[in-house]
Design a protein around this ligand. Structure first.
Ligand code: G3P
Length: 235
């Protein structure tokens, strides 16, 4: 929606000093590896990622919360608000850094408002439109999770949605953080940073790809060859 020399126009805003990296996984070893590198500002999980981990949701979520300081999203699985609220409270009791994840339905938004009023952080997930993002902000969500990869899958540019939500939230100074989800490529991360998304939640394998550049590899190889020729040692 905002093409300019092949890039979406960055929208100037008076905001923030950090782009947060969350990891989108419930695999403890993967979280620990990236956490040791200082690359984990939070974690997101969902029922599919819990299934993939083969772990009990309460146990694995507690382990993640013990490992990581930032917000850890754990998702409710009921569809009615009364049950969602009860599940959310149980998940929130796991640790102080839990963000309760709810789907973008009216019951989910009611749950969001109730849990937010209780003082919990809520992440509203399965967002595919600007109007849904507006509703989540009105319900007091700490995070909105637009799924860019799944929009790309149906031939709609997911990053356009991020740019539009950024603009809408900035127009009204909504404090809900834009958490870009369903990230499939490193380019999604670049575009998120250009647009000024607050958070990207990234599968570990994609986060690791961010470092790759052939000129870095080639340059290092050249330095190593030349260093060997000096015959010197530092240690
Ligand atoms: O956290 C949820 C989201 O990232 C899902 O991603 O790849 O299943 O569309 P994906």
């Amino acid at each position: 929606m905002f093409p300019k020399n092949g890039l979406r126009e960055s929208i100037p805003v008076n905001r923030k000093n950090d782009m947060k990296f969350f990891v989108d996984t419930a695999e403890i070893s993967e979280i620990a590896e990236l956490n040791d590198l200082g690359m984990v500002d939070g974690v997101t999980t969902n029922p599919s990622l819990i299934l993939k981990s083969g772990r009990n949701i309460l146990e694995v979520t507690k382990e993640i919360c013990d490992l990581v300081e930032g917000p850890v999203s754990a998702e409710v699985v009921s569809l009615k608000s009364d049950e969602m609220i009860a599940e959310g409270r149980k998940l929130a009791a796991i640790a102080e850094n839990i963000a309760v994840k709810v789907p973008l339905t009216w019951d989910g938004l009611k749950t969001c408002k109730t849990l937010t009023d209780d003082g919990f952080k809520v992440n509203v997930t399965l967002c595919f439109s600007t109007n849904q993002a507006l509703l989540a902000a009105k319900a007091g969500a700490a995070f909105i999770s637009p799924f860019v990869g799944r929009l790309d899958d149906i031939n709609i540019d997911g990053m356009d949605l991020i740019a539009e939500i950024r603009q809408i939230y900035d127009n009204y100074a909504f404090e809900t953080e834009i958490l870009v989800a369903s990230i499939r490529t490193v380019n999604h991360i670049t575009q998120s940073a250009i647009i000024g998304a607050d958070v990207v939640t990234v599968p570990p394998a994609i986060l690791k790809k961010l470092i790759h550049h052939p000129l870095t590899d080639k340059g290092l190889e050249g330095f190593m060859k030349d260093w060997a020729k000096t015959g010197q040692k530092i240690l």
